[in-house]
Ligand binder design. Structure first.
Ligand code: BG6
Length: 546
């Protein structure tokens, strides 16, 4: 029997049902208030209508507990959930790692880093209580004995803290450690749970580095845990606005009828970062931007934008539709890759007027490295809905701004009335801002006040922060809660991951072949190489300015 959370599966039970306040037509005066009309008015209907699946008490065992992810993301996320009253008090964290350390040392170190990385300021009283739920278990990953003692420790925690035999194993260790950890968990009997309890595993990226290694990893995982127990994390899916894409598309009647090749000219998806490799060169040198960001995060966003409506909101119905999008990606012929895919690497430059070194000068980077830190590509989906609609993706490090967004560019209005003396920006563009300043805006044409008929684009803008009056939770907060509730909707399924790798492999293979297109370069702090602009210019289009 597949596991079920305590209440209905799916997304609906995570959504606050927002019933708009009645608004008189006369109140809608200024376009800037569009979608924002309930902004400062307390809406008694908004609160209390959430029917969230209950996250259950459990022990979270983190493999790789002394690493960056645990310090920067996982513990701050759990702290924030605790501070917001979202974490069942019995939730307990057991850090599993090699270095000798006492519980007290572990807690103190995490206290320091949580103060540094937490979304909200850390309150001493809350930290004091929360930190009592953090424990450290020292063992080599290959040492069977370490797992036998883990069993005893978890049983004791069940008794003392009420974790009810529920186990969530979080793989934040290096991927080469996954296999011994999985084998040892199975040998210790930790891959199955006692009756009435559950055991689940969360696997961090990178989930393989090509199709073959992803399949092998899936095989290894499935030797110990079933697909129902396996949660492959893609933290972009936990971002608030990523979750809002389906709501925007399928809870509003106005978008879906025009969400197709007939009305949409093209789509752009951008993930720009000012950061460089930040001490992760060891990993990044073997990955590059295509594997690091496109295979997972950008293709996931594409799926949400391009998928058909699922039959219901269960995890599998949604993932069934997403995987069809990846499957329908038109494969490039080897000789098309140079034309439609741009790969590039940053040279020295400046970010916010601060000089930064070239990628090849970064610590632990090969001075002749051919690793790309920027990719731009033009995709086509072979479906009726998206027939011949170009989808442009770009992702890069050391760009002038950190911003992730999806922009949907609609076709121009017919050239009959106002467009005769064509003004430059005359398309409607719907922008979904994933981060920062999460929200949605729609660009449309408006008449400039005055006696003559002059037209200019204006923006109708919705900001999460002002409309809902509270900061969005961090992606990891949401995803950790979902895993505790048994809701896999925002996690990648085996077939999604493998299909995405099959597509990425077709590009990587061409890049490593003898006719590989040359790597291009862009100065840090610029918007990427000229070739990326040419990619769109060839189609008579340009990247949206962020
Ligand atoms: C990670 C990539 O998955 O996502 C990083 O490995 C990247 O290279 C990061 O910096 C971006 O995530 P976010 O949430 O900071 O936009």
């Amino acid at each position: 029997m597949p596991e079920q959370p305590e209440r209905i599966r799916g997304w609906t039970h995570r959504l606050k049902v927002c019933v708009p306040l009645p608004v008189e037509p006369s109140e809608v005066r200024d376009v800037s208030t569009w979608l924002d009309m309930t902004k400062d008015q307390p809406n008694p209907l908004r609160e209390g209508l959430s029917t969230r699946a209950v996250p259950q008490p459990c022990a979270i065992v983190i493999f790789g507990a002394t690493g960056d992810l645990t310090h920067r993301k996982l513990i701050p996320a759990l702290y924030n959930l605790a501070a917001d009253g979202e974490l069942p008090p019995a939730v307990t964290v057991v850090g599993f790692a090699r270095r000798p350390k006492t519980d007290e040392e572990f807690r103190n170190q995490l206290g320091e880093t949580t103060r540094q990385f937490s979304r909200q300021e850390v309150r001493d009283d809350i930290w004091k209580t929360f930190s009592q739920s953090l424990f450290y278990h020292q063992s080599e990953f290959e040492d069977e004995g370490g797992y036998r003692s883990l069993v005893k420790r978890l049983d004791q925690i069940d008794e003392e803290r009420g974790t009810r035999g529920n186990r969530l194993f979080y793989f934040a260790a290096a991927p080469e450690q996954f296999e011994p950890i999985l084998k040892n968990l199975k040998a210790a009997g930790l891959n199955t749970a006692k009756k009435g309890s559950w055991a689940r595993v969360i696997i961090e990226k990178p989930f393989g580095r090509d199709l073959a290694s992803a399949q092998e990893l899936n095989r290894v995982v499935s030797n110990s845990f079933s697909e129902d127990q396996t949660y492959r994390i893609d933290h972009f899916l936990g971002k608030e606005t990523a979750q809002n894409i389906l709501v925007l598309r399928f809870a509003n009647a106005i978008f879906e009828p025009i969400w197709n090749a007939r009305y949409i000219d093209h789509i752009q998806i951008t993930a720009a970062e000012t950061l460089g490799v930040e001490g992760r060169a060891g990993y990044y040198e073997t990955a590059g931007a295509l594997r690091d960001m496109v295979q997972n995060h950008l293709l996931q966003l594409l799926c949400l934008v391009a998928m058909e409506a699922p039959t219901d909101l269960s995890a599998d119905s949604i993932r069934d539709e997403k995987v069809k999008v990846v499957r329908s990606l038109r494969r490039y012929r080897a000789d098309e890759i140079a034309k439609w895919v741009v790969r590039s690497q940053y040279t020295a430059g400046a970010i916010n007027a601060e000089p930064v070194p070239a990628y090849r000068e970064e610590e632990r980077v090969n001075p002749n490295s051919e690793t790309e830190t920027y990719v731009a590509l033009r995709l086509l989906l072979d479906t009726w809905r998206w027939s011949e609609v170009p989808i442009y993706l770009r992702v890069g490090k050391r760009l002038p701004k950190s911003a992730t967004e999806i922009s949907v560019h609609f076709k121009k209005a017919p050239m009959v009335l106002f467009n005769r003396d064509s003004i430059e920006h005359d398309q409607n563009v719907l922008v979904i801002r994933i981060q920062p300043d999460e929200g949605i805006s729609l660009r449309m044409m408006a008449k400039i006040p005055g006696t003559s008929l002059r037209i200019e684009p204006v923006k109708m803008d919705f900001h999460y922060g002002t409309s809902f009056g509270k900061a969005s939770p961090e992606a990891y907060e949401r995803l950790l809660l979902d895993a505790k509730s048994g809701d896999a909707t925002l996690f990648a399924r085996r077939d999604e991951v493998e299909e995405a790798w099959a597509f990425i492999d077709s590009i990587e293979n061409a890049w490593s072949g003898k006719d590989a297109p040359p790597l291009t370069f862009y100065p840090a702090g610029s918007w990427g190489p000229e070739e990326a602009d040419e990619l769109l210019a060839r189609d008579g289009r340009a990247w949206r300015r962020l």
